[in-house]
Design a protein around this ligand. Structure first.
Ligand code: ZN
Length: 429
């Protein structure tokens, strides 16, 4: 094989695989090395047993993650250079269907292959690892029901989008990628509205935050931020796991802050207020809008790249489409789209640390916002509970964390919150 792109693809995949395995190895070694001692900053708040549980939980998840990384890479090789996709192109090309639906059949087969690899890992993560560490509350029935609903949502939302994209690729001429990009942006905004109001309620119950001792303070906080208390919800996260969390989601009138009931049960009034202030910080600092802007720019350039690649024979040949199949493959836009979605993560992997850094910067900003609004110490107490309930390690490997973590390590967040805020100092002066 002399295709330079095939060589580049294999080299990039090997680099991705070895980097991921190496980082996982570092993470395991690092948490195990610090397993015997709670870091000083947390010594009076986190018991040694909880710290050790976090180390072992982190290790178990990393070990499974390494296997999954290897399985994913193997599947990718089988589908591309191994001739898997070529086989699917031939097979679906022989189906007595409109070419558009031949492509849909191909994407369905790809989704099934990917599910065959990922589902055993997902099952093991829930029923072996989460179970062993006392977090799992799912039954097999609920797991299967979730799976069925997930497939239904993916079909209901994904199929029309895919059909539209494939149709535009066929009929909209050279500028198809601009139209597809516009459709993709509309779709993303639609999902942002539909997720909190329609999709998430398929999986969980959402109830208004109950009135309690903290209610008045919370109302005052919401009023200060211009956020309606109608957007405040408690979710029955305890149906599935003992993990606690809070998140923000949605757009416009669909925007929400959601607390897991598991977290709510653990927080005191001022801690609840601090977590809420953090989530409101994400809204107030326009983090959702900024992410949408980034994703708009990224998807526009990627679709432009796809439009360019779809006309290059070496792109198909380099990813395992044999010469005799090339005319058929180029005539079916789904093939270029499938190859592109398969190969893209291999090349964008180097950007993961940048995305993680960007996300961590937003977390620091939201923390600072919360500290100004409702005080740092309460947020620190809430964070310590959150890390403990999730058995999140307090001693991650710095490189692993820099590469992957969407949230800064606990020690960094707590250290920053302990620093006097510049705004507070100015107020005092
Ligand atoms: Zn956050």
């Amino acid at each position: 094989m002399t295709n330079a792109f095939a060589v580049l693809f294999v080299v990039a995949l090997a680099a991705l695989l070895s980097t991921r395995l190496w980082l996982a190895g570092r993470q395991i070694a690092h948490v195990q090395r610090h397993r015997e001692r709670v870091p000083d900053a947390f010594a009076d708040r986190v018991p040694l047993a909880a710290h050790q549980k976090a180390a072992d939980y982190t290790t178990a998840k990393q070990r499974l993650g390494r296997l999954e990384t290897a399985a994913d890479a193997l599947l990718l090789l089988v589908l591309t250079l191994g001739g898997g996709l070529a086989l699917l192109v031939r097979w679906t090309g022989g189906l007595d269907l409109d070419p558009l639906w031949q492509d849909i059949a191909m994407f369905t087969a790809l989704a099934l292959a990917s599910a065959a690899v990922s589902l055993p890992f997902s099952w093991y993560a829930t029923f072996v690892i989460e179970e062993r560490f006392g977090f799992n509350r799912m039954t097999l029935g609920l797991w299967l029901a979730d799976l069925a609903k997930g497939v239904a949502v993916a079909v209901a939302l994904g199929l029309p989008l895919l059909l539209l994209a494939l149709w535009l690729m066929r009929t909209a001429g050279d500028r198809w990628w601009l139209w597809t990009w516009a459709a993709w942006m509309v779709f993303q905004l639609m999902v942002l509205v539909l997720y909190p109001t329609v999709i998430a309620p398929l999986f969980n119950k959402f109830e208004p935050l109950p009135a309690g001792a903290a209610r008045e303070r919370i109302e005052a906080l919401l009023a200060r931020c211009g956020f309606s208390s109608a957007g405040l919800f408690v979710m029955d996260g305890s149906r599935r796991s003992g993990h606690g969390n809070a998140y923000f989601t949605g757009l416009g009138r669909a925007k929400r802050v959601v607390f897991f009931d598991t977290l709510l049960a653990r927080l005191e009034g001022d801690e609840l207020e601090a977590v809420l202030a953090h989530e409101l910080g994400h809204f107030k600092l326009k983090h959702i809008a900024k992410r949408i802007a980034w994703s708009a720019a990224a998807s526009l350039s990627l679709l432009g790249l796809l439009a360019w690649l779809a006309g290059k024979a070496w792109f198909y040949a380099g990813l395992g489409i044999p010469a005799e199949l090339l005319p058929a493959a180029v005539a079916r836009p789904g093939v270029a789209l499938a190859l592109f979605s398969l190969a893209l993560p291999v090349f964008t992997f180097v950007l993961a640390p940048l995305a993680a850094h960007y996300s961590r910067r937003h977390e620091f900003e939201a923390d600072a916002f919360a500290a100004r609004l409702s005080g740092g110490p309460a947020l620190v107490r809430a964070l310590v509970k959150l890390y403990e309930d999730n058995a999140a390690t307090l001693t991650p490997d710095p490189l692993h964390s820099a590469f992957y973590d969407s949230h800064p390590p606990a020690a960094q967040r707590v250290a920053r919150l302990a620093m006097p805020a510049p705004a507070a100092a100015a107020d005092a002066a």
